[in-house]
Write a protein that binds this ligand. Structure first.
Ligand code: UQ1
Length: 466
């Protein structure tokens, strides 16, 4: 029977980690899980043939957070001689591709090739992690179990949730149809990002609108980055005088951190980029090319015609997370330890966690390290060694060859890596975004060997940094 093959891998795993104290009597929760599984079996609720079994760790989502985490488990298992043994850790993700989404801003602007932004999911999952290419249909946290669409129930000792967010296209009336026209584009999906550069080249005159929705979004800088790049491109093409640009955002300001907001507002002034805040896109008529915005304070509706529109769709966490989510649908974890507030063997990281910081790849990188070591320690009833401080980074590309590198924490205070003023537009930061980060991502981040620039920052500050 599959479930009987449960092992003490986690326990051995944790012993392998140099960062952990040694304990002689680590008690696992395995027994409870097994007892539950067998009671379900007795009640015939589980079809044995569908039962992949019990895993020490299950990761839901093979994106930026999940793939980093999977490789950390891979290394630990490898150290223990479980090189080809896939019984301990499973990763559930049905996607064919793993995308490096942060580069889509530059793909949309014609500065990078779309082909450089993805790899086959299957090729990235480590050989000693069991890849379940399936959808999760149900999470039963009280019973440490998950139901997948094709394989049925499986059990976990520790669960790591990193599903990311979904695009909620249908929340804007007419958006789906508008995406089928050449005039409405978005850097937020693999299908629509390919259209952005074509539309940018095609428009000769008229109204260009860039939107920011009334919902949390991944990479909240992206909706305005593409505006700065389009402005730069249309200036180079000597068309800018014939094109009006407006940034219609549901938010109340350009950026949450004052230091960077000041620079961005100055750039908008200088380049004649109109900003309409508290403006939420609610409807598009793709035939007459009219976009309706609702003022979130007065509820007044305004219609703008467009000749080009970059839409950032509203986003939401997947509904399957509900049993472990807060009222907004995000997984309800402690903002420091990233451990679930109620279920201590559940952890969340990346865009699906209810952390009050910007949702970026840099944030996911920092969170992965915290989750990995905290989970290992929790399992052995040791205190949790790491606390996430909300670190996130947003390379605000402000033109071809120009970038402001925003880095900050939960307190919305800058936490910059380099000993220079990162709020200034710089070529060096553009090169970091365009050339260095993709390399760092594919060779270090997805391999579980990148936890953010913390060490670099300490070196630059001669150790005087946290
Ligand atoms: C980062 O850590 C990261 O995560 C992988 C990114 O995502 C692509 C980034 O864009 C940035 C800027 C960082 C932070 C790294 C440095 C070197 C400041």
């Amino acid at each position: 029977m599959n479930i009987a093959r449960s092992t003490d891998a986690f326990w051995t795993l944790s012993r392998s980690s140099k960062r952990l104290l040694k304990s002689k009597n680590g008690v696992l929760r395995e027994f409870d899980v097994l007892r539950y599984a067998s009671s379900r079996l007795k009640r015939n609720q589980i079809n044995l043939h569908e039962m992949p079994g019990l895993y020490d760790a299950v990761i839901i989502g093979g994106g930026t957070a999940g793939m980093n985490l999977a490789h950390r488990f891979k290394s630990a298992l490898h150290d223990l001689g479980h090189a080809g043994d896939r019984r301990h850790v499973a990763l559930i993700d049905h996607s064919t591709f793993h995308y490096y989404q942060p580069i889509w801003t530059l793909v949309g602007a014609g500065a990078k090739k779309f082909e450089s932004s993805f790899m086959n999911m299957q090729d990235l999952v480590p050989t000693n992690i069991y890849h379940i290419a399936d959808r999760v249909n149900e999470i039963d946290p009280a019973n440490n179990s998950i139901r997948t669409a094709k394989k049925g129930w499986l059990f976990y000792k520790q669960l790591f949730v990193c599903t990311g967010m979904e695009l909620d296209i249908d929340r804007i009336k007419g958006l789906q149809q508008a995406f089928e026209t050449p005039f409405v584009v978005s850097n937020y999906s693999p299908e629509t990002v390919k259209k952005t550069w074509i539309a940018m080249q095609d428009i000769q005159k008229g109204n260009a609108i860039f939107t920011f929705p009334n919902s949390p979004v991944k990479c909240p800088g992206a909706p305005q980055k593409i505006m700065y790049l389009a402005d730069h491109y249309w200036r180079k093409q000597k068309r800018r005088n014939n094109i009006n640009i407006q940034f219609n955002s549901a938010l109340a300001g350009i950026f949450s951190v004052q230091k960077y907001a000041k620079e961005l507002n100055a750039i908008c002034e200088k380049r004649n980029l109109t900003r309409n805040f508290r403006h939420d896109l609610i409807e598009i008529d793709p035939v007459s090319r009219a976009a309706t915005f609702e003022n979130l304070d007065t509820h007044e509706k305004t219609i703008f015609n467009y000749d080009f529109m970059h839409v950032t769709p509203p986003q939401r966490p997947p509904s399957v997370l509900k049993p472990i989510a807060d009222a907004n649908g995000f997984v309800d974890v402690d903002p420091g330890t990233l451990q679930h507030k109620q279920y201590k063997n559940i952890w969340a990281l990346g865009d699906c966690a209810n952390l009050p910081t910007s949702k970026t790849a840099a944030a996911a990188a920092a969170q992965t390290k915290v989750v990995f070591y905290n989970a290992m320690n929790a399992l052995n009833n040791f205190p949790l060694p790491y606390k996430y401080d909300g670190y996130t980074s947003c390379p605000l590309v402000t033109g071809y060859g120009k970038c402001i590198l925003a880095e900050f924490d939960y307190k919305l205070e800058p936490k910059e890596t380099f000993p220079i003023n990162q709020a200034k537009e710089r070529l060096s930061m553009y090169i970091l975004k365009k050339n260095l980060m993709p390399w760092l991502y594919w060779f270090f981040h997805v391999k579980g060997k990148w936890s953010g620039p913390g060490l670099m920052r300490k070196i630059f500050r001669l150790g005087f940094s946290n």
